[in-house]
Design a protein around this ligand. Structure first.
Ligand SMILES: *[C@@H]1O[C@H](CO)[C@@H](O)[C@H](O)[C@H]1NC(C)=O
Ligand SMILES: *[C@@H]1O[C@H](CO)[C@@H](O)[C@H](O)[C@H]1NC(C)=O
Ligand SMILES: *[C@@H]1O[C@H](CO)[C@@H](O)[C@H](O)[C@H]1NC(C)=O
Ligand SMILES: *[C@@H]1O[C@H](CO)[C@@H](O)[C@H](O)[C@H]1NC(C)=O
Length: 379
């Protein structure tokens, strides 16, 4: 509006040959400054016009920059993927190391090694080629913590497409299951990608989260294309006690509701442009994922993912490297073990560790069943 008025004045009022700005009142000629003739402007007017012009220019530049910023988005162009590694069938567990140390997440858990897990049936493969990881349900007085499993793939990845066939996700009071990727010996510097994670009765939906070293944000006012609900934006592990930058899925994306619908596929793509995670319920798989392993999966045809972490304020390639695939079922610990979290589910009573020690049979539903994992790299 200001620009218009000014340009009009400049364009139409300045005469080509100098003429005094005056108007006649009766017979008397009274020289009066005209607002619309710059020649008659006083210094104050010039000052106001100058300030207004500068403000308008700054506003336009800032507006343009902010607009471009808000619209910036990586080019997730089509990548041709080919199958790299297969984790399935009776050899599923051969491709993993078993974590047996003290739980870094402070769970009330004893992670059992490969031989012990097989002997105690905490890991098993089935006649339908699925792989099961479960929590011990035999110890009715697990006063130092309950037995469980945490496996880490021997192979590591810095980019690629990962397809996870989930037949059953673990749930129940005190459980904290996750299917994730990280470099355990270089955490958080090589990043962590939580593809599936939930706690306790797991009816709040799957949470997809990144954790990194300093300098990785998934900006609040930046463009993202995702169906999930963004929960937090700074992936740096030092922010809010390592809450990470998370995105929450619908209630049916984890736990009993998810399992009752037959589970499904989760897919995660890790590339320089960003990290994206899709959740495909069993009944609505894209055509290229209906028979597994998919020969040429094409994320560019899959539609909007559940979670999108574009590389706008996070250099994905430098923050995410050398990732192993990890599956575990923690018990209590930093997340599920908080009293406010544990007791938030009415059926989870008392303390988390008492529950773990005493409620052996409640862990019957605390198992992962995987139809297989397939990793792909760019051709
Ligand atoms: C081992 O666990 C699987 C899955 O939970 C179960 O089907 C199977 O019966 C168990 N085997 C034994 C010997 O307990
Ligand atoms: C559970 O174990 C603790 C410590 O090992 C023991 O003191 C207690 O008597 C046991 N309780 C039962 C019911 O066996
Ligand atoms: C990759 O990860 C493994 C497992 O954490 C680790 O032993 C190895 O040193 C890492 N390699 C690099 C190059 O960071
Ligand atoms: C974040 O990572 C750094 C580096 O390993 C570590 O010193 C720090 O304790 C971590 N902070 C949290 C809250 O995890």
């Amino acid at each position: 509006m200001y620009l218009h008025e000014k340009s009009q004045a400049t364009a139409t009022v300045i005469p080509s040959s100098p003429a005094p700005a005056y108007r006649e009142i009766g017979s008397e000629t009274v020289s009066r400054p005209s607002r619309f003739n710059p020649r008659g402007w006083r210094w104050k007017t010039w000052l106001i016009v100058g300030v207004v012009t500068i403000v308008v220019i700054i506003a336009a530049v800032v507006g343009g920059v902010l607009g471009a910023r808000a619209n910036a988005y990586p080019n997730y162009s089509k990548v041709d993927y080919k199958l790299q590694d297969t984790y399935s069938g009776s050899s599923f567990f051969d491709n993993f190391d078993y974590f047996t140390g003290y739980d870094p997440a402070h769970g009330f858990v004893h992670y059992v090694d490969a031989a012990g897990s097989a002997a105690q049936n905490l890991t098993s493969t089935t006649s339908t080629n699925t792989a099961i990881l479960r929590v011990d349900t035999s110890d009715t007085n697990a006063t130092t913590g309950r037995k469980s499993v945490r496996i880490t793939s021997k192979q590591t990845y810095s980019t690629g497409l990962f397809i996870f066939d989930i037949v059953h996700s673990p749930y129940g009071c005190a459980t904290w299951p996750a299917l994730w990727l990280a470099d355990e010996s270089n955490w958080p510097f090589h990043g962590e990608i939580d593809v599936m994670e939930a706690v306790n009765v797991a009816d709040a939906g799957n949470q997809v989260t990144l954790h990194t070293s300093r300098g990785c944000k998934i900006g609040k006012s930046r463009k993202r294309k995702e169906t999930g609900k963004a929960l937090s934006y700074d992936c740096y592990n030092g922010t809010n006690s390592n809450e990470g930058c998370g995105v929450q899925g619908p209630t049916s994306s984890f736990g009993e509701a998810y399992n009752n619908a037959g589970g499904g596929l989760y897919a995660m793509e890790l590339r320089a442009q960003g990290i994206r995670v899709w959740n495909f319920p069993r009944a609505s798989l894209p055509s290229d994922l209906q028979s597994l392993p998919a020969s040429a999966p094409d994320p560019s045809a899959w539609g909007t993912p559940l979670a999108d972490f574009p590389n706008l304020e996070c250099d994905i390639s430098s923050h995410f490297k050398n990732q192993s695939i990890i599956a575990n079922i923690d018990l209590c610990g930093d997340w599920a073990g908080q009293a406010s979290v544990f007791n938030a589910d009415a059926q989870c009573t008392g303390t988390c560790s008492d529950w773990v020690a005493n409620e052996a049979s409640s862990f019957e539903s605390a198992f992962w069943e995987f139809g297989g994992f397939w990793t792909y790299n760019a051709v």
